[in-house]
Design a protein around this ligand. Structure first.
Ligand SMILES: C[S@@+](CC[C@H](N)C(=O)[O-])C[C@H]1O[C@@H](n2cnc3c(N)ncnc32)[C@H](O)[C@@H]1O
Length: 351
């Protein structure tokens, strides 16, 4: 197989993944991109030199993110007609000539953006975080410090300002929140009435995004697939919340943040993370876990600690990987499996 044929195979694999994960638009367009690479068209020109990029670097998604950004910036009006993210409703089967034109006209800019890894911040994962916090404060009432490693733009550091809407008008969080997580919880619901008071929110990421800047908002939006309306709506709402509710995300690795983390009397410190553990080297994972153990050992009733996570894991060594909500709390260090969720967090099914 030639290098180009291998790249085409990876683009087609991504097209199928988009179909399975609910983006018929990207499924169609990525198959057209693959055909165009084989035909030596503008897609081949834009992607030249990336034939041997490793599969996990998601070349196809980097390309489509760079194109989506042009659409969001209103610089690709022909293609915008097919992108629901900007109101387009054109027939998917007719979108390719417009994308082909964008690839030809914006070749150099698109090539320069291919070096950037896709950076997302999935607001739906707050469904797991909010439920975990509800369980925590029902059992241990009091103010919470919310600390997130691998926080991306830190949108979920504002999770207490999102609404989980439940049937019958019930729910958690402000009823007028710009983020409404509908159908977000299934199974045995967490307690709804414990008051959730977040008194401090901060986090870290090795590539943080500023959700209050235009560049940051564009970056986050461009990597959401344009025909995934619910994800886009959640993201837009969370960007509005982020503009009102400050939270600092420092450019720092998870290991560095936990090393400087201390407990504060009169509060529960909640260390939260979602879909980031796989990016840590073994050494950093060990360092994070051992610092959590140290903090746990220092924990007293007046300065409690919880380690809450939504991460791909196995329930038992021989079980399949699932995305599981797990919480460990101190004093005591008890660990509980709380629920499971699809990769984007909604719906979280409580056990
Ligand atoms: C898939 S994203 C998930 C972001 C966010 N937690 C969410 O659920 O939307 C993984 C994040 O982990 C960050 N990351 C990777 N390695 C890291 C490290 N060693 N320390 C801190 N963050 C890291 C990446 O920059 C990226 O923002």
């Amino acid at each position: 197989m030639t290098d180009a044929a291998r790249m085409v195979a990876r683009i087609r694999w991504q097209a199928e993944a988009c179909r399975e994960l609910g983006s018929p638009l990207y499924e169609r367009l990525l198959h057209c991109v693959a055909d165009d690479v084989l035909a030596g068209g503008p897609a081949a020109d834009v992607l030249a030199g990336h034939e041997n990029d490793p599969g996990p670097s998601a070349l196809a998604l980097r390309l489509m993110g760079a194109v989506h950004r042009l659409v969001l910036e209103r610089r690709a009006p022909g293609l915008a007609l097919f992108y629901p993210s900007v109101g387009g409703a054109g027939e998917i089967d007719e979108a390719w000539p417009a994308l082909r034109g964008v690839l030809a006209v914006h070749r150099d800019e698109l090539r320069s953006r291919l070096d950037q890894p896709p950076q997302t911040n999935e607001v739906g994962r707050a469904a797991a975080l909010i439920g975990g916090l509800c369980r925590l404060v029902a059992h241990r009432p009091g103010p919470v410090r919310l600390v997130e490693i691998g926080a991306s733009a830190g949108l979920n550091l504002r999770a207490d300002r999102f609404r989980v809407a439940l049937p019958g008008g019930r729910g958690v969080g402000p009823a007028d929140s710009p983020v409404v997580l509908d159908g977000a919880w299934e199974g045995s619901l967490p307690p709804l009435d414990g008051p959730l008071e977040v008194v401090e929110r901060f986090g870290c990421d090795t590539s943080p995004v500023d959700p209050t800047s235009e560049d940051g908002r564009l970056a986050l939006t461009s990597y959401v697939w344009p025909d995934q309306r619910a994800r886009l709506e959640r993201l837009r709402g969370a960007l509005t919340v982020a503009a009102r509710v400050p939270a600092v995300v420092t450019r720092e690795s998870a290991g560095d943040l936990v090393r400087r983390l201390e407990l504060v009397p009169g509060t529960t410190t909640v260390l939260w993370h979602s879909v980031m553990w796989q990016y840590l080297e073994e050494g950093e994972r060990t360092e994070v876990l051992s610092r959590i153990d140290d903090l746990g050992a220092q924990s007293r009733d007046g300065s409690a600690l919880a380690h809450l996570q939504l991460e791909p894991r196995r329930r038992t060594p021989s079980a399949d990987i699932e995305v599981l909500v797990v919480m460990r709390t101190w004093p005591g260090g008890e660990e509980r499996l709380l629920g499971r969720a699809p990769p984007h967090g909604v719906p979280t099914t409580w056990e």
